[in-house]
Design a binder for this molecule. Structure first.
Ligand SMILES: [Zn+2]
Length: 155
């Protein structure tokens, strides 16, 4: 299994830090991410709106933390899966411009990545007006499929 340090993906690391702050996930990440957390792969489904990343932490999360944290935002749907054996899936969907997507691919081709002022600007723009959004609820009624914004889950 390939293990890439988050220090090699400064854009993703910065994104993750800001995302953790945005969603108040600090309790789950009270450790040195650059030392303990590694990227092991990314989703290769080829869909433009997917930027899912697979990670592994050296230590385990506590059993109570083994959950899926859901974040539905105006710029994508993120499901943060904390699993056994330190595995973590950062499932990022429904948005075509996750700022770190190209970086991950690049680094897996052994190319270097740096956090340039331009990247910082892109990250600033992503988080500046990021807001929660209701999930799409899909109802299937006979042959009719309807998709509506749903109240059943609030985030
Ligand atoms: Zn995918």
């Amino acid at each position: 299994m390939k293990k890439i340090s988050l220090s090699k993906t400064p854009i993703f690391l910065e994104f993750l830090k800001r995302f953790i702050k945005y969603k108040n996930y600090e309790d789950l990440f009270e450790f040195d991410m650059e030392k303990e957390l590694f990227i092991t792969g990314y989703c290769k489904c080829g869909q433009k709106d997917c930027a899912t990343v697979y990670l592994k932490r050296i230590k385990e999360w506590e059993e109570k933390d083994h959950i899926v944290n859901l974040a539905s935002t105006t710029k994508g749907l993120v499901l943060l899966h904390i699993e056994e054996n330190g595995l973590m899936e950062f499932e990022a969907l429904e948005y075509t411009k996750y700022p770190y997507k190209n970086e991950i691919k690049k680094v897996f081709k052994w190319k270097k990545s740096t956090l340039t002022p331009k990247d910082k600007e892109i990250l600033d723009n992503y988080f500046r007006d990021l807001a929660p959004e209701k999930l799409n609820c899909i109802t299937i009624d006979d042959d009719k499929v309807t998709s509506t914004k749903c109240d059943c889950i609030s985030i």
